[in-house]
Design a protein around this ligand. Structure first.
Ligand code: NAD
Length: 514
């Protein structure tokens, strides 16, 4: 296993089966068991009936819509189609709840969040199945997401944002404190519909805000159930969820009753969110796209690194913002590494997420499948050489064979664009400065990794990366106490950690003149 002290999607191979682990809380977070006496409502929460949650009530809309199951293109159940009316009701309720909740001591907020986390834990089978049904990822990876969500809620709710004494002199005491903003909105993408939602919800609530969650129209189901599950634990209106189509997000960013937008999604949409928030001087955090490089040095244990890099390139069918999307391999081991990587990735089973042993599920939606088709067409038209895969065919679901492109030029589309599909380019390098330049080249700066046994050299290279996270001998580690965010066009601000919590707060300084 990769890690003991981090909360991550660790990976190991066991008897040639790939096992995904998660969840080790750093011991210093010292999570206590915050007991809540409220009994769980044991109605069948994960029934296939889906509602908005507004002011603690389950409501629907006259018109509904539905998303599809990407493994078979069959419609998933109907969900509400919220518009301005629903948003106004939710904002009014959120404002009332905020006034109450902001006065709650943090211990009490923590107790409620822990109770919600325990409820999620007790419903994890239902959420895991629902996640596979709506997102397409294999059940094993869906379970990791649900388990990690439980741990993130507890990890984030355990953090403290204490007041800071800036000066305590004879004349004056100056204190800085962090006070909640008011009503926050979580705008969530379709690749991690549960985990990304809970990171935003927990950070908003522990700091004293109320929150309205807007899931992606492609994956609205789990988020609605997360809010339904939370009803017994929070004041009415504190944690609400609205399902809608592509018109709902812009309504939220333009609503004068909302103080903060916490957005995760594409860079193109992020720019629109920022422009809309600017008009109303709303706070915002943007977690956007990535095109992460991994630099593989010549001294690595090839067997070991091939397997880790293979997993970290094709997890969730390549639909992770901070996955390995460009692999730079030292020329002296390039051929061996390529051949072993191909052999390893060939063992990853493609298919419906509900089937045992499947590692690569379908991509999530038609838009993504069509984008991938365009990329496959460019692989052909640019004359690139696939070391594995390289073709895409229509089938019962949005399935794409894992594809590795053999040493494409730096300016080819498969290198410059974030594929968000199981397609990875593998490039040769020989000069350290050149590979650092190429790895940093381009508008994205979410994550990057350096793989070497020589830790001094890896650190030297790592410190020159222009990205929000840099991993040495791993990739994709995240933890609730560690800030996460992108450089360049990969984002503005951070989420998680104390800095992430501060993103849901105003700074206030108190001057006590003695
Ligand atoms: P997207 O930008 O299309 O949609 C994200 C969310 O924004 C959805 O809920 C969508 O309904 C909403 N939205 C769309 N238009 C809007 C508008 N004008 N105003 C407000 N909201 C609007 O992104 P996606 O396709 O769902 O997600 C894939 C992208 O997200 C990839 O680029 C990926 O790298 C990125 N991503 C980033 C992170 C991160 O932490 N940096 C994490 C996951 C995904």
């Amino acid at each position: 296993m990769v890690s003991s002290a981090r909360l991550n999607f660790s990976v190991c191979l066991h008897k040639s089966k790939i096992l995904l682990y998660s969840i080790r809380l750093p011991s210093f977070l010292k999570i206590q068991s915050y007991a809540i006496k409220t009994p769980l409502l044991v109605t069948n929460r994960l029934s296939q009936i889906f509602h908005n949650v507004i002011n603690s009530e389950l409501t629907s809309t006259a018109q509904t819509r539905h998303a599809i199951n990407p493994a078979n293109k069959q419609p998933n159940p109907p969900v509400p189609l919220s518009a301005e009316n629903e948003l106004n009701s939710a904002v009014n309720a959120a404002q009332r709840a905020f006034r109450l909740w902001a006065q709650f001591p943090i211990e009490q907020r923590r107790v409620a969040l822990f109770a919600w986390a325990d409820a999620l834990d007790s419903e994890k089978d239902g959420f895991t199945n629902l996640l596979t049904q709506e997102q397409g990822k294999p059940l094993s990876q869906a379970l990791v997401e649900v388990n990690t969500a439980v741990t993130w809620i507890k990890g984030l709710a355990t953090l403290d944002l204490p007041e800071i004494t800036l000066e305590d002199s004879k004349k004056c005491k100056i204190i800085q404190r962090f006070v909640p903003l008011g009503v926050a909105c979580a705008i969530v993408p379709w690749n991690f519909p549960i985990l990304l939602a809970v990171g935003k919800i927990t950070s908003a609530l522990i700091t004293g805000n109320s929150i309205i969650v807007k899931p992606s129209p492609f994956t609205p189901y789990s988020a609605l159930k997360l809010a339904e599950l939370a009803i017994p634990f929070f004041p009415a209106g504190l944690f609400q969820a609205l399902s809608g189509d592509e018109t709902l997000g812009p309504l939220m960013t333009a609503h004068s009753g909302i103080q903060k937008i916490s957005f995760t999604g594409s860079t193109a949409t992020g720019k629109k969110v920022a422009a809309s928030c600017a008009k109303f001087l709303k706070h915002y955090t943007l977690e956007l796209g990535g095109n992460d490089p991994a630099i593989i040095c010549e001294d690595v244990d090839i067997e070991d690194v091939v397997q880790k890099v293979g997993i970290l390139s094709f997890l969730c069918s390549g639909q992770v913002c901070m996955m390995i999307k460009r692999i730079y391999v030292h020329e002296s081991i390039y051929n061996t590494f390529r051949d072993k990587l191909v052999a390893f990735v060939e063992t990853l089973v493609l298919g419906e997420g509900t089937k045992p042993d499947v590692f690569v599920g379908p991509v999530q939606n038609e838009m993504q499948f069509n984008k991938a088709k365009g990329l496959f067409a460019s692989i052909q038209s640019e004359g690139l050489i696939p070391a594995l895969g390289g073709t895409i065919e229509d089938s019962a679901g949005y399935f794409i064979d894992p594809t590795i492109i053999d040493n494409p030029p730096e300016n080819s589309r498969v290198v410059t664009e974030e594929p968000f599909a199981p397609i990875v380019p593998l490039m040769k390098w020989s000069d350290e400065n050149d590979v650092i330049f190429n790895a940093n080249n381009g508008p994205m700066g979410l994550g990057s990794s350096v793989w070497s046994k020589d830790l001094e050299r890896a650190h030297r290279i790592g410190r020159q990366m222009r990205s929000g996270s840099v991993w040495i001998n791993s990739h994709f580690d995240v933890a609730p106490h560690v800030p996460f965010g992108g450089h360049k066009e990969s984002g503005i601000g951070v989420e998680l950690g104390l800095e992430g919590l501060k993103g849901f707060c105003n700074s206030q300084t108190l001057w006590f003149n003695k």
